[in-house]
Design a protein around this ligand. Structure first.
Ligand code: SF4
Length: 694
């Protein structure tokens, strides 16, 4: 830890890495952090933290920070440092010219799950009210958009159902497509605490993650499924539960649509969904699958936790709905210890989705075509809104290549490194007349930008984040913004440069506007958060103090909805040329594309992405641990070292995506979730060959 002296003051704020949302006391000396101390009263972490939140703040003062706005006429020219006024004038002039020549639909914006609720809200307001289009999307598109779709369809609300404490009342914990030890470490510790007390664990994951067997914790069942077969496995579990008479019919009759349940029960009962019939597809031994299904249905309170291994598939939304079906058919909803819980990757994925970052939804998940909702915002904002949904990010890139989409404002998101099929992203960005990147560092996307607006870290701003358990928590300014402005101020300046007249003096005023226009935030305010520490939405007349557990007396949508989710194999097939399946994930010490953690000395102990391969596959290729390999798919090729391990099954390889040198997304494909276009990062047919290195 870098020690810079005795602290002079401290500020309590919220970690900006993962969706756990740990609270810290930042101890300061001048404008330097002395240390980050996990806050004992933090509701999400209760005094605990992981290596990232505790130590990985060095990026805030890193020499790579850009602190001056920059512009250039075209991307083959060098950057020119300019004043804020000049950068905003340059941006506004081009935005207005593009709008005049090509119309509002040629413009768009991307919000960030790393930024605060207030900043995200302002970006979507800028796009809708300032640009005049609904072409706004968010990085949740490429991670948890199927959660939004799937949970809203089944339960009526696009959010996890439980607070973190709920896990302590679970008797059976089902973890599917998530690796909490690396992705959500503080919550993983609480889960392990419950497991050590005797709760049973079922893990559904192609990889033998740490939870399957670690000190004092061992899964009762690990179902190492073939990547891409989540729906088949969940349907087979439902088949066992229904055909063996284990469904909780009292719960279903009371809380769900009985006719829909019967249709669904007939579907899953079909013999083609028996575990034995699906074994060739899922590669899960049917006896293990039957035992896991019986345990979940009969073992007491059953809770489900899932991550991107569920959502980032061509059937991501179907898988979320299959999980919801499983919770409802077993009556595991509406009390502590049960429920469906998406483990959100970034600190504010839940908040970015809540704040209207999708092209079809205004804040609070209300459809843009709903006249009453639109009228509410039009009156408050003093504009007329487009009633039609806008473009998703992949459609913006497609439209750019086709010449219809010309300008984008990207706040806090490195789409070139994080989105699939890098070549496609580069082609879209290259075709635009104006790319504005608003970020901390000159990231990979900035190579295609005309304007760079320096961003502020979470330590340099006020606002709120909403964690994976719907907990709205204050983010408090610890130090002055390195470039002079907090991100919400920059968005306000840009809006005013194109003709708006926004006068927010503090994020609390933006939060007041959000509360005024969003029923689930009605009782939230900066002063109330200061007083109580945090609130779990909905916070309104019905739930004045928030709701740790949702759907206690009834589903938000009325009756719970069973949805038939038929397994459809992905179009991404292995074959002689690409015989292996690649799946991706992350490790404890690094975070997403690594822009922050790679610039922090204390987490530099994972210096490169590695390709995990089973010993049999390695031996067949003459490869040994540490050898360089060429990883090829039909979309691209990259080079990385191999790690030989039986954590992955034969035929499956696995890597992380933290380092730009690897650019793992060069090989991922354009396939995506049928409902939301969330990319299919988790299934790519690849070949691995020996290499002499990059
Ligand atoms: Fe930050 Fe997540 Fe680690 Fe908590 S668990 S300290 S929120 S990265």
């Amino acid at each position: 830890v870098r020690e810079v002296g005795t602290p002079e003051r401290s500020v309590v704020t919220t970690c900006a890495y993962c969706g756990v949302g740990c609270t810290f006391r930042a101890e300061m000396r001048g404008e330097q952090i002395v240390r980050m101390v996990p806050w004992k009263d933090g509701k999400a972490n209760r005094g605990h933290s992981c290596v990232k939140g505790r130590f990985a703040w060095g990026y805030a003062n890193h020499q790579d920070r850009i602190t001056s706005p920059m512009v250039r006429e075209s991307t083959d020219q060098p950057w020119r440092e300019v004043s804020w006024d000049d950068a905003l004038e340059f941006s506004a002039t081009r935005i207005k010219a593009i709008k005049a020549e090509h119309g509002a639909q040629a413009l768009g914006g991307i919000t960030s799950s790393r930024c605060t609720n207030e900043e995200t809200y302002l970006v979507q307001k800028l796009v809708r009210a300032g640009f005049g289009t609904n072409n706004v999307d968010t990085c949740a598109r490429v991670c948890h958009s199927p959660t939004g779709y799937g949970l809203k369809t089944t339960f009526g609300t696009s959010a996890g159902t439980q607070d973190f404490d709920s896990v302590m009342a679970s008797d059976v914990i089902l973890v599917i497509g998530a690796n909490p030890t690396d992705g959500h470490p503080v919550f993983a510790s609480r889960m392990k605490q419950r497991l050590r007390q005797g709760a049973k664990l079922i893990v559904i994951d192609p990889r033998r993650i740490d939870l399957v067997k670690s000190p004092h914790v061992e899964a009762a069942h690990h179902l190492p499924l073939q990547p891409g077969t989540n729906v088949a496995v969940l349907t087979a579990m439902a088949h066992v539960i229904v055909t063996e008479g284990l469904a909780d019919e009292d719960f279903i009759r009371a809380r769900c649509d009985w006719d829909e349940y019967q249709d669904w029960a007939r579907f899953v009962s079909d013999s083609r969904h028996a575990p034995e019939r699906l074994e060739a597809v899922t590669r899960v031994p049917s006896s293990d699958l039957r035992a896991a299904a019986r345990l979940f249905a009969t073992g007491g309170n059953g809770s489900i936790y899932y991550g991107l291994g569920v959502t980032e598939h061509s059937q991501g939304s179907s898988t979320v709905m299959a999980i919801a079906n499983l919770a409802m058919v077993t009556g595991n909803m509406g009390r502590p210890g049960v429920g469906v819980n998406p483990l959100r990757g970034q600190n504010n994925v839940q908040g970015a989705c809540d704040m209207g970052s999708f092209p079809h939804e205004l804040p609070g998940y209300r459809h843009i075509s709903d006249n009453e909702t639109r009228a509410l915002f039009e009156t408050d904002w003093g504009v007329t809104l487009d009633p039609d949904p806008g473009l998703r990010i992949n459609n913006m890139l497609d439209a750019a290549v086709d010449g219809f989409f010309r300008a984008i404002y990207i706040q806090g998101e490195d789409i070139l490194q994080s989105d699939p099929n890098t070549q496609h992203v580069a082609a879209g960005l290259s075709a635009m007349d104006l790319v504005i990147v608003h970020d901390l560092f000159l990231n990979e996307t900035a190579n295609y930008a005309h304007v760079f607006l320096p961003g502020s870290t979470f330590l340099e701003k006020n606002g709120t984040f909403t964690n994976a358990e719907r907990r709205i928590q204050p983010v408090r300014k610890v130090m002055k913004p390195a470039a002079g402005y907090e991100d919400w101020q920059v968005t306000q300046l840009l809006a005013n440069a194109i003709g708006a007249n926004w006068n927010y003096a503090h994020p609390s005023e933006i939060l007041d506007e959000i509360a005024r226009l969003t029923p689930s935030f009605a009782g939230v305010s900066w002063s109330r958060l200061d007083e109580v520490g945090s609130l779990q939405w909905p916070v309104n007349d019905q739930f004045p103090d928030g709701a740790p557990v949702m759907h206690v007396e009834g589903f938000a949508g009325g009756k719970g909805k069973f949805v038939v989710t038929d397994y459809v194999p992905t179009d991404e097939k292995t074959g002689p040329r690409f015989p292996l399946l690649l799946t991706t994930g992350r490790i404890l010490s690094q975070y997403n594309v690594g822009a922050q953690t790679r610039r922090t000395a204390n987490t530099a102990w994972h210096p490169e992405d590695l390709l995990e391969m089973h010993p049999t596959d390695a031996e067949n290729r003459g490869l040994s641990d540490g050898d360089w390999t060429r990883l090829q798919s039909r979309t691209g090729e990259t080079t990385l070292r191999i790690k030989v391990t039986d954590r992955v099954a034969p035929g499956v390889v696995y890597t992380t995506f933290h380092h730009p040198a690897t650019q793992a997304n060069v090989v991922t494909t354009e396939f995506s979730d049928w409902a939301t276009n969330c990319p299919e990062y988790k299934v790519t047919a690849v070949q691995v060959l020996p290499s002499n290195g990059p």
